[in-house]
Structure formats: C-alpha cells, structure tokens
Design a binder for this molecule. Structure first.
Ligand code: HEC
Ligand SMILES: [Cu+2]
Length: 313
C-alpha cells in the first residue's frame, strides 16, 4: 500500500496486511466519530437553553426503522471488522516448502535463537530475505513476548508450552526486537536485533557462527539420558508405541478420536502424556513436564521428527 505509510518500515508481508487493516479500521472509526460529533454539536446548538425547538414526544413522522437500521448496520460492520481481522490476519500463513524453522528460547533477560543446522545466536536473529520463517518459541522461566514492530509481529512466549510465528521478511536491514511482557527488573533491556540478509549472505554467515549441536542430535542424547528407549525400544518388555515414522502420521486415540501427530502432539505426548493416550496402550508413560526443560522438549521433538518408519531408536 503506497497511500499509507507509517514511520516504521514495512519489513514483512504481514506488515502490509496489518497496516492495511489498521488504516481501514481507523478510517471507518474516524467516519463514525465524525458523524457522531456533527450530530452532538448540532443537537447542542438546536436544543440549547432558551431555544424554541420542539421538546415534546417524538414526532409521528419519526420512523423506528431508521433507528433499527443504524443499529443493525453498525453491528454488522463490527462483526465484519472482527471477521476481517481474524480471517485475514489471525491465522498463520500456509507453510512454504522451503520454510526456515528457527527455535527461540526466551529467558530472563535474553533471546536465544537456534538455526536448523545448530548455529546459535544471543539477542540476534539473522534471516534471509524473501524466505518464509517459522519461529518456534518457548520460555525457560517466566512469560515473555516476542515483539518485532517492523514485521508487525507480537506473540507471547510461555514456559512449558510453545508458540509460533510465521512470517516472510521482505526488506534487507537491521530491525529491532523487544520483549513486550514485563518479565522482571531487566525487562527493558531484553532487546535484540533481527538482521535480514540476502540469501547468499545468509549462507555465508551460517557456517561462521558458533554451532551448538543440532537440535536433533541433542534430542538423541536426551532420549538416551531420559531413558525413553526403556519403553519405546523395539525389544522392550513394556508395551509402548513405536516412534519411527510417527511424525505427521494419524494416531488413533483411546476413546476413538484420531489426531495428526504434529509438533504440538509430540510436545504434549512428552509433557502431558495423559492428555492424549494412544489407543491400545496403557497410560504408564511418566510426564516429563518437571524434568525436561523447554529446550529439552524442543530437542526431543526435533529428534523424533527425524525417525523414519522402521528406523526405531
Ligand atoms: C514407562 C515407559 C515409557 C517411558 C519411559 C517413555 N514412554 Fe513414551 N509412551 C509410553 C506408552 C505406554 C505410550 C502410549 C500411551 C500414551 O500415549 O501415553 C507412550 C507414548 C508416547 C508418545 C506418543 C506415541 C503415539 O504413538 O501416539 C510419544 C511421542 C512418546 N511416548 C515419547 C516418549 C519420549 C520422548 C520419552 C522419553 C523422554 C518417553 N516417551 C518415555 C511409555 C513410555
Ligand atoms: Cu522478557
């Protein structure tokens, strides 16, 4: 939209949509405000003290249809605006095939990010322009909020749960990242930078970063440390489902319902196994909610996602 420019850069596809919607809602609200103001001023003048204007019961010619009409019309207008925001801007965009998944862990008082190949950053996020990014975020302590105004992104980051943001950066440059949820004394210092680079610069940048282990690798070690294999290994004495090829398959649950084993399902299966019990198995899996940290769970999920059918751990 060229007619509407804020002082903030519009650095993502979402930014354009948000500004567009904001502009129209502002315009509609402004028009309604204007009409009301004109009426108020008009009535104030017309019915001022001492004016001879008629003050008795409503004149016969007044149509109730008029009153019903504007009430219904503005109600539908409000519902339309609600629908417009939720349908257009509330849902995450479709996943692109080359989507870049970056894991974000917030803690008092920093942002830690990790790229798919294990590259790690603190208070910084480098991403290539034009490629869809999916941030999978969780907190190690209290509630934080990932807030990047130039991209019109804001999402709470919660302990024990993960939340996501999907966006496509469209402009090169360095943009601000804030925490938008009061999270302790250093909250206002919990800032970072989002650097949008050309794809070539990103490819060159990646290998020069300090690399942690890749998430999946880390998850494999945790899988051993937590003893998941004691039940899930093919030779185990305990009856537990095989985890190879589980990701994105359809799981039949006790009670007859079925669910797609997406990221959220895997996370819940580890944190709250009793929430959704696989059909044909006893609910004997212990909850790892108190044992595994937020980043442990992300690593375990990343590992489970790499397991192919038949390739049991
Ligand atoms: C004491 C045995 C036991 C241990 C230890 C155990 N599990 Fe489980 N797990 C089960 C059983 C039994 C089920 C099936 C019932 C259910 O859904 O809770 C299950 C279900 C699951 C599921 C869902 C599978 C499906 O087909 O829907 C996942 C994912 C999973 N476990 C991962 C893990 C991970 C990761 C660990 C280690 C951190 C682990 N489990 C440790 C017994 C265990
Ligand atoms: Cu914070």
């Amino acid at each position: 939209m060229s007619a509407w420019r804020t002082s903030l850069p519009q650095a993502s596809t979402a930014a354009v949509q948000v500004d567009h919607a904001f502009f129209w809602v502002l315009l509609i609200s402004g028009l309604i405000l204007f009409v009301l103001l004109v009426l108020i001023v008009g009535f104030v003048i017309r019915y001022r003290r001492g004016s001879p204007a008629f003050r008795g019961p409503l004149p016969k010619s007044f149509k109730h249809e008029l009153e019903i009409g504007w009430t219904v019309a503005t109600t539908f207008l409000a519902i339309f605006i609600f629908w417009w925001f939720t349908a257009g801007n509330g849902l995450p965009p479709r996943a692109a095939p080359d989507q870049l998944e970056v894991h974000v862990v917030a803690k008092q008082w920093m942002w830690k990010t990790q790229h798919p190949d294990g590259a790690r950053e603190i208070d910084a996020l480098h991403i290539p322009v034009g490629r869809q990014v999916r941030l999978v975020m969780t907190s190690q302590d209290v509630i934080h909020s990932f807030y990047a105004p130039a991209f019109r992104l804001k999402q709470d980051v919660l302990p024990g749960r993960s939340t996501e943001l999907v966006f496509t950066p469209t402009e090169l440059g360095t943009f601000e990242l804030f925490c938008a949820e009061y999270c302790g004394t250093q909250h206002s210092h919990m800032k970072g930078e989002i650097m949008v680079m050309t794809p070539a610069a990103y490819r060159a940048w990646l290998p020069r970063q300090p690399h942690g282990d890749t998430l999946a690798h880390e998850g494999e070690a945790l899988y051993a440390r937590f003893g998941c294999g004691a039940c899930h290994a093919p030779g185990s004495q305990v009856r537990a489902p095989k985890l190879g090829g589980l990701y994105m398959s359809t799981v039949l649950l006790r009670g007859g319902a079925s669910v797609k084993a997406d990221d959220a399902y895997l996370r819940t299966a580890i944190l709250e196994p009793r929430d959704q019990i696989a059909s044909g198995y006893d609910p004997i899996m212990p909850s790892y909610g108190g044992v595994a940290t937020a980043s442990d769970v992300e690593a375990l999920v990343a590992y489970l996602k790499t397991l192919e059918k038949g390739g049991e751990p």
